[in-house]
Design a protein around this ligand. Structure first.
Ligand code: PCA
Length: 204
């Protein structure tokens, strides 16, 4: 049995709806992978404390083989496959609990950076082939999404693959297309044990 944990986020700040949570719900409704592949989904609150605790709890409970977090990046126009989570909280706006940590670690005493362990380059190629707008991103920021990605990677034991995707607002990329992208990413992860080696860096 292979288990996938897919998480999105609820509303925050000026965003009364969050396409990440809506797309995750849609993937759950439409999930029809072969028997033996289970999907667990959750829409998490945009709370540093509760989102990180909930993803750790879900991972302990369900023991997923793959963890994919999804969040809204209001300024981005493409599906952004995040490559690195940093051990840094620096919130421009308070979270939904009113917490606004500045220059604090996600997890004290842990490494400053953790790389995604999903095959991001194979996923980029698959999304391009599916006609979806995609880019690799070197930073998930320093808000709740980055904290969630960092916590998931820190909690992931040997052999568990974890990563994060930022998605554009719904007026840039409709929720149905985001859901299609998430399905494509998960199919790629499930069929790609080792990422492809193709250039993906940039100079800035
Ligand atoms: N986006 C925010 C938090 C929740 C979300 O969907 C972020 O990028 O950190």
């Amino acid at each position: 049995m292979t288990t996938v944990l897919l998480t999105g986020f609820g509303p925050f700040g000026v965003h009364a709806e969050n396409p990440s949570g809506l797309a995750v719900e849609r993937v759950a409704e439409e999930w029809s992978r072969p028997p033996g592949t289970g999907l667990v989904t959750a829409v998490l609150p945009v709370s540093f404390a509760r989102a990180t605790a909930q993803v750790s709890g879900l991972m302990t409970h369900h023991r997923p083989d793959v963890v994919l977090g999804v969040g809204l990046a209001a300024g981005r126009e493409r599906i952004s496959l995040e490559r690195v989570a940093v051990n840094l909280l620096d919130a421009r706006i308070p979270d939904v609990d009113g917490a606004q940590p500045v220059d604090e670690p996600v997890l004290p005493g842990q490494p400053f950076a953790r790389p995604a362990t999903l095959p991001v380059k194979a996923a980029r190629a698959a999304l391009e082939a599916a006609g979806l707008p995609v880019e690799l991103s070197l930073s998930a920021g320093s808000y709740v999404c980055n904290a969630l990605m960092y916590a998931a990677l820190a909690h992931a034991g040997e052999g568990v693959r974890a990563g994060f995707v930022h998605v554009p607002p719904a007026d840039v990329l409709p929720v149905a297309e985001v859901a299609r992208a998430l399905g494509t990413i998960l199919d790629t992860v499930l069929s790609t044990p080792v990422d492809v080696v193709v250039a993906g860096g940039r100079e800035h």
